[in-house]
Design a protein around this ligand. Structure first.
Ligand code: ADP
Length: 525
């Protein structure tokens, strides 16, 4: 039987152990110490050092056989180490001579140094030094022996660095994913969720731990898909098809209303990108989910704006033009009453136009610069009575009343703006009670707040729209409400005024019919 020489067996055992340690991903310092110990022992050395290259300099990373305090003697010298390889033979010789002299300072017995670079694929990662008590030069065999250990050390360092780089990259990706404002999910080839970021949790209501492992179609449920194809169908049909021109795989864009976990909906746009292997097989689908509610809302507002403005402008302009045409006809001889009536209509419609323009300007200004208030002392009962006086002249179907306790406090506020709010509520109360009835403005107060309510006996509001009527351009979608003219800006502006005062405004339906709009304001004294 063929037997290995004893030192070969030892070398093999050492290398095997080191390999295992590298595979087990032990701490790099630990592995390098193992390498040093084995190499020093195999070369019958006394001291071993591994220096690693960090950019342009070398630093000791592992020592064996000397006290750590003495290692710094080498550190100082390593700083002057010529950048191996590529240095001339004499430079290397001179360097070795200096190394030996330092070694002798550490221990006079250390007279010989065996040194080899540690390289992986031409990348010089460091140097292994073994110091021995021998005189003379190291043999070829010494170098061969050391080479096997230097190679192992290089692999360990290389692995550790790769591992750290991959780890860092992974952490970076995870951080980007987690902190992305867009929803991001990664799907496996069967379209099951592998990753699900925080933003997507917020959007869908599905927590990452519940979404992970589920099929895409379970967690992404379209209530209405408006643009783009269904991902599952596309994948069944072979998406992404490998393109002959080898450009990056195509992406899919889908847009629509998503059903959230709690049953509510959210408008989103999802971009799916496919990650494929060299054969074009699907590895992952990476999906970017964007909340497009604001975008949709802006689109909706734009079209509402155009239809409202065109409708609301057209009617008064047509009336003004009609009456002005008729009154100015040369062939007609109008009596005074007809002329007066015509002029009244023209005046009213012109006022309406002015108010519409004013509201539009206010609403756009509000968006641009917010609401600015001018504070003074305000008597809300006085504002209510003035409003009633003005509006009572315009209707005989309605009975307008103000009910305030005599000690109702004066508050700090913007008179002009608060008058606007009360006028708007009273005008709505009239407009949305076409059958007439009672309209009551009432006031109550506490130590800190005052409350004003405007109650009518009109058509009331659909319960699910009590909040929405305060949105910009929002008008209740029923024929009764639509018959009345309006832009849906009045309550939006009222809400802005009340909020700017630090108060709040809301709508309720009365048990016996009609609506009540109320606001509270801080007394501010
Ligand atoms: P506009 O009256 O110009 O349409 P507003 O912002 O003042 O705009 O009101 C928004 C919507 O709220 C109205 O279109 C109407 O549908 C509803 N609304 C307002 N006030 C009342 C009310 N007192 N009773 C019933 N519905 C009302």
């Amino acid at each position: 039987m063929f037997l290995l020489p004893d030192y070969r067996v030892r070398q093999r055992d050492y290398l095997l152990n080191i390999s295992r340690a590298i595979t087990a991903q032990l701490d790099l310092g630990e592995v390098l110490r193992m390498v040093l110990q084995a190499a020093t022992s195999m070369l019958s050395g006394e001291v071993g050092i591994i220096a690693l290259r960090e950019g342009e300099v070398f630093r000791t990373r592992a020592i064996f056989g000397i006290a750590p305090e003495q290692a710094h003697l080498f550190d100082a010298l390593l700083e002057e180490l010529p950048a191996l390889p590529g240095s001339s033979e004499t430079e290397v010789q001179a360097f070795h001579a200096r190394l030996r002299s330092i070694a002798r300072r550490v221990d006079p017995a250390l007279r010989q140094v065996v040194a080899l670079p540690m390289s992986v694929a031409d990348d010089m990662l460091g140097i292994v030094f073994i110091f021995r008590a021998y005189a003379g030069a190291p043999t070829q065999n010494d170098y061969q022996l050391l080479q096997s250990f230097a190679d192992q050390a290089a692999i360990a360092v290389h692995n550790a660095r790769m591992y750290a780089a991959v780890n860092q990259e992974r952490q970076r990706l995870a951080a980007i994913l987690e902190h992305s404002a867009d929803g991001v999910m990664i799907l496996d080839p069967q379209l099951r969720v592998e990753r699900w970021n925080r933003a997507l949790s917020h959007m869908t209501g599905w927590r990452p731990e519940h979404a992970t492992g589920r099929h895409h179609d379970v967690v992404i449920r379209w209530r209405r898909r408006e643009i783009g194809p269904d991902l599952s169908e596309m994948v069944q049909q072979g998406w992404p098809r490998r393109r002959s021109d080898h450009t990056s795989p195509e992406t899919l864009y889908v847009e629509g209303d998503l059903e959230r976990l709690d049953g509510s909906t959210l408008s989103v746009g999802i971009t799916y990108a496919a990650l494929t292997d060299d054969e074009g097989r699907l590895l992952n689908v990476i999906a970017n989910v964007r909340d497009i509610t604001h975008f949709r809302e802006a689109e909706r507002l734009k079209s509402t704006f155009i239809s409202v403005v065109s409708h609301e402008l057209k009617t008064p302009v047509a009336l003004i033009k009609g009456y002005a045409d008729a009154l100015s006809r040369d062939d007609a001889d109008w009596d005074r009453a007809t002329i007066k009536n015509g002029l009244t209509v023209i005046e009213e419609e012109a006022d309406r136009l002015a108010e519409l323009i004013e509201n539009l300007l206010e609403a756009s200004k509000l968006q641009a610069e917010g609401m600015k208030l001018t504070y003074d002392d305000v008597s809300l009962p006085a504002l209510a009575r003035q409003s009633i006086e003005r509006f009572q002249t315009q209707t005989d179907k309605h009975d307008l009343r103000a009910v305030f306790p005599p000690d109702f406090p004066i508050i700090r506020g913007d008179t002009k703006r608060l008058r606007q709010v009360i006028d708007n509520l009273v005008s709505n109360a009239i407009k949305y009670s076409p059958q007439g009835g009672e309209i009551v403005i009432s006031g109550t107060f506490t130590d800190t707040e005052v409350q004003v309510s405007v109650r009518d006996q009109g058509i009331g509001l659909p319960p699910d729209q009590l909040q929405r009527v305060f949105e910009r351009f929002y008008r209740v979608d029923n024929s009764l409400a639509q018959k009345a003219q309006g832009t849906g800006l009045g309550l939006y502006l009222a809400d802005a005024v009340i909020k700017a005062h630090g108060g709040r405004i809301w709508a309720e339906n009365n048990p016996d019919g009609g609506a009540t709009f109320s606001f509270v304001l801080p007394r501010g004294d």
